[in-house]
Design a protein around this ligand. Sequence first.
Ligand code: ADP
Length: 646
Amino acid sequence: MFLFVATVIWLPRQAQQLESAERQEQQIADTLWVEQTIRFQLGRNEDDIRSLANAIAANGLAGEKLQDRMRFLQRTHPEIRRIAWIAADGRGTASDRKGTLSPAELPEPLRATLDRARSTSTPEYTQPSPPEDASHPGVMDYILPVHQGGHYVGGIITTYSLNGILEQMVPWWFAQKNEIRLTDRHENTLGQRAAGGAGRGVYTYAHDLNLPYTDITLRTDSVRSAPNLLSNRLVTIIVALTLGLSWSLAALWRDINRRTAVEKALREQIAFRTAMEDSLVTGLRVYDLNGRITYVNPAFCRMVGMRAEDLIGCSPPMPYWAPEVMAEYQERFAQRMAGTISPQGFETMFLRNRSERFPVLVYESALVDESGRQTGWMSSILDISDQKRFEELNRRQQEKLQAGARTVAMGEIASTLAHELNQPLAAITSYTTGALNLLNDPAARPDDAGLDRIRGALEKANAQAQRAGHVIRSVHSLAKRREPHRETVDLSALVANVVQVAELRASQHFMTIKTDIGPDTRTVLADPMMLEQVLLNLTRNAIEAMLSVEPERRVLRIGASADPLAPGSVIISVVDQGCGISQQARKHLFSPFFSTKSDGMGMGLKICRTVVEFHGGTLTYEDNPGGGTIFRFSMPASAAAENMKK
Ligand code: ADP
């Protein structure tokens, strides 16, 4: 490239120099030719003057005739300003005047030259002197001594205007192109012609005119300037071509760069795409419009256990289709060909290694090229074997869990029954034992008082037995997970009942039970038996928690108030000032069979929570700021529930 640029810079210069040298040579040749022409013309003039001399010498041409002849000569040679004849006897005739011309009128140098020519018998040119001003242009004389029969008869003096020589003898075309000067040895201008303007001093040449006894130099100076660097047409063409070539090279280079960048980006894209395809777990498959496979990704090959080469080009029936679902495949394939594919995926089954069946989820969409024309279909295929396995596992676990839950529920029911029946059965036992003791005592007389006591015990036993029956029924309904039998329950009456039962034990331990049922919360919508059970359990726990504290703290409060956060709900609370619940116990409080008591079953709270949740409420507890624990649960107020029913 550097070489090329160097050549391009060098070439016009070289061409310029060549042209310059050529023009200089031309200048020299032209100048020499002009010099030859001038000399040739002067030579012809010399011949004409010599024939005039012959006429004078041989025929004695003189006077008017001589003058006519001289004038004719002067007319035909405009460069001649004057022709004069000076005879040996001193008489003279001149072409430019009527009268005669005496030698005395001639300037001294001219007379001396005439004398010398006479003595040497040789024609001579005089050395012109530089013009003094424009009105006295430079002149040069040609002196021809004339002899006859060996005697000198006179001399012809021809006076040339140097400007005239240049005007007449230098061809016009040369004069147009050059400033021409005749100078002496000191370069003083003797004559000048500058028809085409002043010379530029670029192409010049000087050459001696070689006239005998003179020292005149012909100087030419071309009006042409140095050749322009780009004036040469060839150079212009070369430069234009070079510029074009450079531009093409630059464009090519740019194009190559762009291509390289695009190729690099493409390679990166391909590498990225390949890495992405290889890392995909989703199978990809492309059908063309004829239903032939044109592309599959590695994940799809892994799924069906076949190589891409074996799959590409396959048409239905595909090697991974299971024979039993062939009809379904065909139908879907026909739908796809008809252009009715659903964007929702569908589940089907494929064959791995042509034998092992596995479930897949297939999503399909139309494959459209950049011009918007459909070229086929793209499918993404998910192997859902693991998902199916997981679902199956889940289902089995669910079944197991349900079975387990049923077992636990059975256990719960059994425990609940045992727990709830414990109290009435113990009461029945104690009442009936008392009655039997009365009957079996031989000393005792079954008098009226005794009978009354037996009756009283049996009645109480009967009441407890009925309670046990209630318990069994309500636990049964709980176990069946039926909707609780809800009715409007008079909360005050129910709490009074509970207090009555709890008081039996509370009074033994000097405990006070206080109730505080708000005016708006007198009725709730609940299963009265279940609600009573909850309150009995909570009060029993509260009483047991207060056994270990000093008697003055043994106060149990049962309260009910409207729920400020949930209108239409009643919050029922059982507050004790007992031992409180330890951090350890909190973790397992509602777990079945968790108890800190030696005779506890650990089912009370569990049952309470189940019952409360059964009614759509929640059972919570918190520390009582005055010591002990507060248990709270919510129940729907009967008015709100009625409204809801409506
Ligand atoms: P149980 O009364 O048979 O032990 P619960 O389920 O009714 O079974 O109670 C579980 C445990 O919760 C009790 O053993 C007791 O430690 C604790 N507990 C329940 N209520 C209270 C309470 N009001 N104060 C302190 N501890 C309580």
